[in-house]
Design a binder for this molecule. Structure first.
Ligand code: TXA
Ligand code: MG
Length: 316
């Protein structure tokens, strides 16, 4: 069922049920983060491997103290600057956090999402919400309630409808490395440049060495059901002229007789708008009848880095 009844959503969550929730990035598949059985349910609905840890979502600062009592100063300053918002920090966990949340890691991922419905829902709950994106493992993340309904509706008691996600790509995940420097594990809604204004340097991007470090970072992820190839669109159209082509481009219209569907992410080149449109455009392409999707990368700056990361993973 889809609706916007926060009180009902809170009741379900208090009784251990799973509810899809809107955030500013993508929809989440939420359950009581302190209830092991409720969390196991998330993994089952999502068909997600247990080695892939979950983010805990909080609605106030007191909850952060329950989850971690050793938040590095520099991560706290980032959280203060960007919460509620699309930033996730990895911090040492307390005993309150089960190993299933962190896949055995001593670090837990936390964020305060910036969506009015979900913030007031969280503020009614005495626990954080564990929530991965509300899609089956490895597929495109949902950016509206209908996306969730289409894929997971039958497995869910309730989908809290908060409209279209304003950011459209997942949160930036940051931690401190062994030298105390901030590093980015997943580019997302907050750019390295925005973080620099708070911490005085551009955090480096690191790729996680082992699965629990980089999980959502698995190479093939966010994948549409038909092949996606990234490159120069004019060349790619020539190479694939014998197939029904779907196009995902930043700004320009392409013309070629083999093109049957085209998605333009933004008319004026605004990368924030492109991010907001990205996942819905990929979903429309999936069902457009195209046999192959051809795409191009966007300028590699700001939120464009997150867009390019998702496009590249979707094409792996
Ligand atoms: O914007 C978002 O972050 C969305 C919304 C719903 O909040 N959530 C999201 O969750 O994207 P998910 O589970 O699809 O991706 C979370 C990523 C995973 O790649 C996971 O591996 C990483 O965060 N992660 C979570 N806990 C971690 C930990 N303790 N150590 C390292 N990586 C962690
Ligand atoms: Mg995900």
């Amino acid at each position: 069922m889809i609706g916007n009844d926060i009180t009902y959503a809170a009741e379900l969550l208090k009784s251990g049920k799973t509810v899809a929730i809107p955030t500013e990035t993508v929809y989440g598949l939420a359950a009581n983060g302190f209830d092991e059985d409720a969390v196991i349910n998330i993994f089952e609905i999502k068909q997600r491997p247990r080695f892939n840890p979950l983010i805990l979502h909080i609605g106030n600062w007191e909850m952060l103290e329950t989850i971690s009592n050793q938040v590095p100063e520099v991560l706290l300053s980032l959280a203060k600057a960007f919460w509620p918002g699309p930033l996730t920090i990895l911090v040492p966990k307390t005993e309150a956090v089960h190993d299933i949340i962190t896949a055995g890691s001593p670090l837990v991922a936390v964020r305060m999402p910036n969506h009015p419905l979900t913030l007031s829902l969280l503020q009614q709950l005495p626990f954080p919400l564990a929530a991965p994106s509300a899609n089956t493992f490895g597929t495109i993340s949902p950016t509206n309630a209908q996306h969730v309904e289409n894929q997971l509706g039958s497995a869910l008691d309730y989908i809290l409808d908060g409209g279209e996600c304003a950011i459209g790509v997942e949160s930036t995940i940051a931690k401190v490395n062994e030298f105390g420097r901030v590093v980015i594990l997943r580019p997302g809604g907050i750019s390295a440049g925005e973080m620099e204004k708070v911490i005085g340097y551009q955090p480096e991007s690191v790729s996680a060495e082992h699965p629990t470090e980089a999980p959502g970072m698995l190479k093939s992820h966010y994948a549409p059901k038909i092949p996606l190839v990234i490159g120069n669109l004019n060349q790619l159209c020539e190479e694939h002229h014998n197939k029904a082509i779907g196009i995902i481009s930043l700004q320009h219209q392409f013309s070629h007789p083999a093109i049957i569907h085209q998605e333009i992410l933004t008319e004026d080149g605004d990368l924030h708008l492109a991010a907001r449109n990205l996942f819905a455009a990929l979903r429309r392409l999936e069902t457009s009848g195209a046999e192959i999707i051809l795409g191009e990368l966007v300028p590699d700056n700001g939120i464009g880095i997150a867009i390019n990361d998702r496009l590249t993973r979707a094409s792996a």
